[in-house]
Structure formats: structure tokens, C-alpha cells
Design a protein around this ligand. Structure first.
Ligand code: TYD
Length: 211
């Protein structure tokens, strides 16, 4: 078992997860830990190229799923597993839960196929059940209507951000389904001030002996 900590951040677009990554990095660095910050889709040169395609080009949902998992495979092998082996904290802005939420629940793609791809892409004998998963997933939960208000006018929307609120209702439900019964998930109520969100993150880390 690796000694590092794999922490992912998830939520619908506009939920505000990215605005806490700096503070998370600072918190772990203050503990004297090395931090690898990364994101999905992306995290490697090939992964970032695939990200540009996935976020901008219209495509069939199986193609989209294969591209995010291809990016993930490179990311897992080149970045995440080596960092965990070194003992780093890996802070990952989105991981496979996003595929289940966006391609699965949002686009209606077969969850069984995604689960099979997950098995192949995240196979790792050093992890429980032979499957690499985050040790902790901070799930920023926000009603889709409020997320849409926050996003409105913020910047030019990408392919996903341009989706109607009904799409994000399905994505939000996808996260809720994925979180149900999975102890690695910590639900953060993102419908409050930035300071209150950070307090919830801190208490989650404390409760899990990470801060
Ligand atoms: P996001 O992480 O929100 O980055 P930024 O804040 O820079 O826009 O954007 C990534 C988008 O990709 C987001 O809309 C969700 C989508 N996505 C998928 O559809 N499937 C996936 O597997 C992943 C990782 C992301």
C-alpha cells in the first residue's frame, strides 16, 4: 500500500471546488508534506491535448468516455502512482467520479461500460481490491440553479458549461449516487460563503486525521 494520500475534488461546474485548491496545498505543505497538484482531464502533455478535444469538440459519448479514460491512464501511470509511491499528497481536480457523473448520469451513457473501463485504467495491485481510487473525495454539492447563476457571465463557457440546467441536475444526481455508501466521499455543502465552505473542508480533514 502506498504511503501517499490521493485526494480528489468533485462537483458540478460552478460549485466552487477549484477556489479551495491553493488553500489545501498550503495546509498540507505546512505539515511538511510534498504536494502534487493536478487535474482531469489532463495532468500529462497527452492528457492536456485530449482535454482540449473533450472540452471543445462535439463527439459521441463513447468516444468522449474513451478519451477521458485514455487521458486518465497516462495520468495514473505517469503522475499519480509515482507521486503516491513517493508519499506525496496528490490533489486532483476531478477524477473518475466526474466520468460517472457527466458521461454516465449527464449524457446517459452505460454505467457498466464505464465501470469496466475504470477497472482496466485504474488497475493497481498495491491498492485495496486491485483498484486505484482516491482516499478522500471532497464533493462540492450545490443546487444546479445556483451553480448556473454563479457561472453566468463568468467566462466563455466550454462544451459542458454551456449545457442546460437539466443536464446539471442529472450530473448532480450522478454524484449523489456515486457518493451513496462510499465512505471516501465527504459531502461539502457549497451553498454557503467561501469561508464556511473552507471550515467544512477543515473539519472533514480533522475528522479523518488529515489535519
Ligand atoms: P473543470 O474541472 O470544471 O475545469 P475548469 O474549472 O478549468 O473549467 O472542467 C472540466 C470539465 O470536464 C467539466 O465540465 C467536467 C468535464 N469532465 C467530464 O465530462 N468527464 C470527466 O471524466 C472529467 C474528468 C471531466
Amino acid at each position: 500500500m502506498s504511503t501517499g494520500l490521493f485526494l480528489s475534488l468533485e462537483g458540478i461546474d460552478g460549485a466552487g471546488k477549484s477556489s479551495h485548491i491553493d488553500a489545501l496545498e498550503a495546509l498540507f505543505r505546512a505539515q511538511g508534506r510534498a504536494v502534487t497538484r493536478t487535474r482531469e482531464p489532463g495532468g500529462t502533455p497527452l492528457g492536456e491535448t485530449l482535454r482540449t478535444l473533450v472540452l471543445n469538440e462535439p463527439m459521441d459519448t463513447l468516444s468522449e468516455s474513451l478519451l477521458v479514460f485514455a487521458a486518465r491512464r497516462e495520468h495514473v501511470l505517469q503522475v499519480i502512482l509515482p507521486a503516491l509511491k513517493r508519499g506525496d499528497v496528490v490533489l486532483c481536480d476531478r477524477f473518475t467520479d466526474a466520468t460517472f457523473a457527466y458521461q454516465g448520469a449527464g449524457r446517459g451513457f452505460e454505467l457498466g461500460v464505464l465501470a469496466m473501463l475504470e477497472r482496466w485504467v485504474q488497475a493497481d495491485p498495491a491498492h485495496a481490491d486491485g483498484l486505484l481510487q482516491p482516499g478522500l473525495t471532497l464533493w462540492f454539492d450545490l443546487p444546479p440553479e445556483i451553480a448556473a447563476e454563479r457561472l453566468a457571465g463568468a467566462r466563455l463557457p466550454d462544451k459542458f458549461e454551456a449545457q442546460p440546467v437539466e443536464f446539471f441536475r442529472r450530473v448532480a444526481q450522478g454524484y449523489a449516487d456515486r457518493a451513496a455508501g462510499a465512505s471516501r466521499f465527504a459531502r461539502i455543502d457549497a451553498d454557503c460563503s467561501r469561508e464556511q465552505v473552507w471550515q467544512q473542508i477543515e473539519s472533514t480533514l480533522q475528522a479523518r486525521g488529515l489535519a
